[in-house]
Design a binder for this molecule. Sequence first.
Ligand SMILES: [Zn+2]
Length: 66
Amino acid sequence: MKTEIQPKYFKSEIKCACGNIIETGSTREKMKIDTCSTCHPFYTGQKQTMSNQGRASKFIEKFGKK
Ligand SMILES: [Zn+2]
């Protein structure tokens, strides 16, 4: 039987600024983050981005090429 030295592996909690708690495994016991997958602008703004696709492509058209 092998005896391996393993790093301490906590069942950690990542607490977000929005109050969302993500349970995960990490070598750090607790973490605090400002944005999570729930409240990150990329995710929360996804629906807006989809409805504003015309505006976004116009933006790219305006600033994307020189
Ligand atoms: Zn969050």
